[in-house]
Write a protein that binds this ligand. Structure first.
Ligand SMILES: [Zn+2]
Length: 286
């Protein structure tokens, strides 16, 4: 028993110590999936319901961070959460940027989205699929969130801002974590009494009002393609240059100015992630 207790403490400590390089934090991914599930066609809603594990109780947002919780022991999945470009290069190129640390092509968030799209497309085929479509859905929904986090399409040598040490108000953080978690958390604390549902509801209101005339454009995928992750990655690295990295120096304290000017970008990317996740699932499942 003591030994078991020790192991548990060791595992919990290890999890707490792991660097946060996962993409939007739990809240960001949940927001993307919540927005998406509310926009599904009947056919896609039914497919999602069939594929979700029973414990999710038909709530996609409850399992949207599953891919992060398994990535440290499902080693092959690590490089699939991001697609970094060469330093100071503010555009995305599949051939140049979509590879893992061993140079294996296609192993990045954009390649993963297209791979899991292909797997999910076997849902409606007559023959029995060889894929685990529950896992495919969870990975796909997570990576559609990740590709919208600008620093998941950041620069290679600073690992998408992970090695840039800064302060968030008084707390020591790294730039990547500020975009994964802190901007969202600070907004929830300041404006929504720390209530994620109210934060999400405000984004949804904006989707039907402020951004209403842009939604068709967000949803559209050119040339009749089913998923368009290369477009989202291109927007992401541009936002990383224009907003995330811009004017940030090592060991700087980032506070109100940075928060207030970057929050609208975070809100936009969360909303786009949700709208596009739904649009893509609707195309996949008919
Ligand atoms: Zn991730």
């Amino acid at each position: 028993m003591e030994c078991y207790k020790f192991q548990l403490v060791a595992i919990v400590s290890l999890v707490l110590l792991l660097p946060s390089t996962q993409g939007w934090g739990k809240d960001g991914h949940a927001i993307v999936c919540k927005i998406a599930q509310s926009r599904l066609s009947d056919a896609a809603a039914d497919a999602v319901k069939q594929l979700l594990p029973a414990y999710a109780q038909n709530d996609l947002s409850s399992v949207c961070s599953w891919a992060d919780t398994v990535r440290f022991y499902v080693r092959w999945s690590g490089p699939l959460h991001f697609a970094d470009s060469p330093d100071k290069v503010c555009n995305y190129d599949f051939k140049r940027d979509c590879k893992d640390q061993n140079g294996v092509k296609g192993r990045c968030v954009v390649g993963a989205i297209s791979n899991f799209t292909d797997q999910l497309l076997t849902y409606n085929t007559k023959t029995k699929t060889e894929y685990n479509l529950t896992q495919a859905l969870l990975y796909f929904s997570h990576f559609m969130g990740d590709v919208h986090q600008p620093l998941h399409v950041g620069f290679t040598s600073d690992k998408g801002g992970n090695t840039i040490a800064v302060r968030w108000f008084k707390r020591k953080e790294n730039l990547h974590h500020i975009w994964d978690v802190n901007i969202i958390e600070t907004a929830e604390e300041r404006f929504y009494n720390s209530n994620i549902d109210d934060f999400t509801a405000d984004l949804q209101k904006n989707i039907t009002k402020g951004w209403a005339n842009q939604i068709k454009g967000w949803e559209t995928c050119d040339n009749n393609k089913i998923s368009c992750a290369d477009v989202y990655a291109s927007e992401g690295v541009k936002a990383a240059c224009d907003w995330a990295y811009k004017d940030v120096t090592e060991d700087e304290t980032l506070s109100d100015d940075y928060f207030e000017s970057r929050l609208p970008i975070v809100q936009l990317r969360l909303a786009q992630g949700g709208v596009r996740l739904a649009a893509t699932l609707n195309r996949i499942f008919g």
